[in-house]
Design a protein around this ligand. Sequence first.
Ligand code: 4AD
Ligand code: MG
Length: 460
Amino acid sequence: MHTKVADLLSSKDYNNDVTAKGWVRTKRGNKNINFIALNDGSTIHNIQIVVELANFNEELFKQITTGSCLCVTGTLVQSQGQGQSVEMQAKTIEVYGTADAETFPLQKKGHTMEFLREIAHLRPRTNTFGAVLRLRHHMAFAIHKYFNDKGFFYVHTPIITGSDAEGAGELFRVTTLDMKNLPKTPEGAIDYKEDFFGKETKLTVSGQLEGELTALALGLIYTFGPTFRAENSNTPRHLAEFWMIEPEMAFYDITDNMDLAEDMLKYLIQYALDNAPADLQFLNDMYDKELLARLKSVTEKPFTRLNYTEAVEILVKNNAKFEFKVEWGIDLQKEHENYLVEHFKGPVILTNYPRDIKAFYMKQNDDGKTVRAMDVLFPWIGEIIGGSQREENYDKLYARMNEMHIPEKDLWWYLETRKFGTCPHAGFGLGFERLMLFVTGMTNIRDVIPFPRTPKNAEF
Ligand code: 4AD
Ligand code: MG
């Protein structure tokens, strides 16, 4: 049995034999003694293997290069050198896999992020992506813990859907029809009756609508699953496949919704600080010297809350600074969101947006112009959460769907919840990778998901 490097490094079991398995990060030394830094992914830190060359076969030792995979047995000793508490005096070394020094791409330090994306099959073996992937795990776990502790139920909503939840039309099709020989109706349209599900189907853009159905039965629910958007936005904040957390709460209004969003984000960030200090310290030192300070500051003070209309008043005064000029009714751009979070020196929750730029399901305000939407804007990221109180009134929802040409035949079941025991309710969606951008300080969303899906890119 071998011991994880993380456990070896915190062990005080000196002078006993242990086995470590992992990948060689570096090998250095002289003709008598060598030092191998071995990493197994359990921690950002490596264990130092001390090798007295006289005890080892020269041919075998030559096979050990950066990237090769080893099984090492030896004695755990208190380290003489600086920077580590323990090290191993090697007794036996088995080479599981060599890594040809001519062709192994992760030879030197300081590869660009762009280059690492091209070798996404190997980048988990870098310090940076090890840290990011471990943090991603911690955040996913913390999300489940947060909701479970609060009495929310985790609901699995479908990935294949017949409806467009956001009404933005950015859907990927799901079909088994023969693309070269599509069945046609007498009118010449594609005959989806012949397709696998007997209707047109897509990959979901959100689990919200089905989430609402279950919240109106279980009270407090959340979803956490993959979502898909075929928007052709090649930006550092958009993925075609991303993960979304969508809580939905019966009997919550917009204020309860904002309170939950703020509390959850603060909890998650505090969780990262408490549970992944070494990885965060590494990212702070390597990429972003303000990362830890920024994370702490978000947990410490209340988020600013203001109306869209108030935000527009602030922005209009500064229109000279913006590429896209602001007027009431526009969808805010990244530059405007950035301005607001800088202006208020921290996260901002904007509410009561114009109804014409928001989805059909949002609760309509009495002014006839705005809806009870809320977006949470974060430093560096912009929009991290989008949500709303939902329109629970059947007639108002029905009228809005008609106005927006949302087919009743696709969403009759959603409408029925407003017919049978409707109630005030609210929810929101947190983009998991946007959260990961904030937590890791990475600047491109392609670098916080192991295998990103973006326009013209679905390798790996
Ligand atoms: O604002 P959005 O579109 O809201 C919804 O989908 C609602 N159904 C949520 C709800 O009320 N249950 O998306 C929610 C969040 C955004 O704030 C953003 O963080 C993230 O999802 N997001 C994306 N993340 C990565 N790539 C994309 N293409 C994203 N689109 C949205
Ligand atoms: Mg949004």
